[in-house]
Design a protein around this ligand. Structure first.
Ligand SMILES: *[C@@H]1O[C@H](CO)[C@@H](O)[C@H](O)[C@H]1NC(C)=O
Ligand SMILES: *[C@@H]1O[C@H](CO)[C@@H](O)[C@H](O)[C@H]1NC(C)=O
Length: 195
């Protein structure tokens, strides 16, 4: 009896401890739109690698953080040799290469069963490209000597990403990752709707 009481108390204190940790970790409230200046210094916007070594991601303007409805803008830096997963999403996406170079792999086969062999495109400083809706793609920093920095604009945020293990994985087997890594912290908060 005493033992059961002890375990219950222990469980309750773990639960209340973890909710305290959640409540006090910095996510949304401290960076919510109400507290943000209209003009923001990009160097001072929080950046993180969201568990992906070699990545730096900054949500410049986002649906969850800044209540954007139509578009979202990211600044991402990939250290040499790092890359995105092979993935697709049903939004439009535009890249502007600010620094560095690399390779874009893209398979425009969303009408087939699986992506298949991707096309390879060299990307270079001040180049731009867009990813058609649902085309599986992957961005690599294939330059051993320099970071690759891109500004990314997507439509229809927050992004719903389907991830492939390889180019021969069927489209319908690609795994949905939603909310995506940088949207996880704040996605519990309701989005602002019509006034
Ligand atoms: C923007 O932030 C960076 C890093 O904190 C700082 O060095 C720079 O002076 C800031 N720019 C302005 C105009 O405040
Ligand atoms: C990028 O291209 C535009 C248009 O030609 C040019 O004005 C700009 O200076 C270029 N930027 C860099 C970093 O090369």
């Amino acid at each position: 009896m005493a033992e059961r009481f002890f375990i219950t108390t222990l469980l309750l204190s773990i639960i209340s401890f973890s909710s305290t940790v959640f409540a006090s970790s910095p996510p949304c409230s401290s960076i919510s739109i109400t507290g943000l200046p209209l003009v923001r210094n990009i160097s001072e916007i929080p950046q993180d690698n969201y568990g992906r070594p070699g990545l730096s991601h900054v949500t410049v303007a986002g649906s969850i953080l800044h209540r954007m409805n139509e578009v979202e803008v990211w600044l991402q830096t990939f250290s040499p040799g790092t890359h995105t997963p092979i993935h697709r999403h049903s939004c439009e996406e535009v890249f502007i290469v600010l620094k560095g170079s690399g390779t874009l792999y893209i398979a425009s086969n969303s009408h087939m069963k699986y992506p298949g062999n991707p096309e390879e495109h060299f990307i270079f400083p001040n180049s731009t490209f867009h990813i058609p809706v649902n085309d599986a793609h992957q961005l690599w920093n294939t330059n051993e000597n320099e970071d690759l920095q891109v500004l990314v604009i997507i439509s229809r945020p927050p992004v719903k990403v389907f991830i492939y293990d390889d180019w021969s994985m069927p489209h319908n087997a690609a795994k949905l990752k939603f909310p995506y890594y940088w949207d996880e912290q704040c996605s519990q908060e309701p989005l602002k709707d019509e006034l």
